[in-house]
Ligand binder design. Structure first.
Ligand code: DC
Length: 226
């Protein structure tokens, strides 16, 4: 499908709802770029860990964010992420960075820096950006807003499959970490994870990736033909 106008498509939702996969597939179909906003918070959290900057110090994190060079290179599946020129694509997916990113992202000072950069990336349109606040804060005027969700047990199961972990202990840990991150992302005061009032909700619990992509593509088609 091609679109005459280059749209901005916002996909938000909790961890394991399918955002990254759906955003990447949709972007490929449209010839758009997919941008994982969460990777920027992850890269900043990694820098804070490396430089021993407290994840509770919003002001220090803001300064760190201002000095950090974070680049997202859209790929077939997800983004290649460069932090100050180094490829951190794998490292930022580790459990310690995942938890740290959720903590670093609660600070309004950090969000201010990140949102500004995310807006700049989407300026010309032709983007599918995914995250937690894309439809509410980054692009409140996005052409298409989608809120993906799925039952918590299914989201945890997807994470377990992705990580290749098998032991009962690991499984329990992944479930607990996902629940803690959800709670933090949804209850923080600055831009919590919440659906925009005009977002279309898509529950991916019992749907295949192809089904969700087709559904979302249908929504885009409707906007294009209006
Ligand atoms: O989407 P992700 O799992 O890579 O995101 C990592 C963390 O970054 C997530 O726990 C919350 C934060 N985040 C955010 O606050 N706002 C976004 N737009 C994207 C991610």
């Amino acid at each position: 499908m091609t679109t005459a106008r280059k749209l901005v498509i916002a996909i938000d939702g909790p961890a394991g709802s399918g955002k990254s996969t759906i955003a990447a597939r949709l972007a490929k179909k449209l010839g758009y770029v997919n941008l994982e906003s969460g990777a920027m918070y992850r890269a900043l959290a990694l820098k804070a860990m490396e430089q021993q900057v407290s994840l509770d110090d919003g002001e220090a994190l803001r300064q760190l964010a201002n000095s950090a060079q974070i680049e997202l290179e859209p790929r077939g599946e997800g983004n290649r992420v460069l932090l100050d020129g180094c490829d951190v694509s794998q490292r930022i997916r580790d459990a310690d960075v995942t938890a740290a990113a959720s903590r670093a992202s609660i600070h309004p000072q950090v969000r201010e820096v990140m949102v500004k950069r995310q807006r700049a990336l989407g300026l010309g349109g032709g983007v599918v950006m995914e995250g937690r606040d894309i439809g509410t804060a980054v692009f409140p005027n996005a052409d298409v807003k989608i809120f993906l969700d799925a039952e918590e047990s299914v989201r945890a199961e997807r994470r377990i499959v992705q990580s290749g972990l098998r032991s009962a202990e690991d499984t329990q840990r992944v479930i607990a970490e996902l629940a803690a991150r959800d709670q933090r992302d949804r209850t923080r005061s600055a831009s919590p994870l919440v659906a925009a009032p005009d977002a279309v909700h898509v529950d991916t619990t019992h749907k295949s990736i192809d089904d969700v992509v087709a559904e979302v593509e249908g929504l885009v088609r409707r906007v294009v033909s209006d």
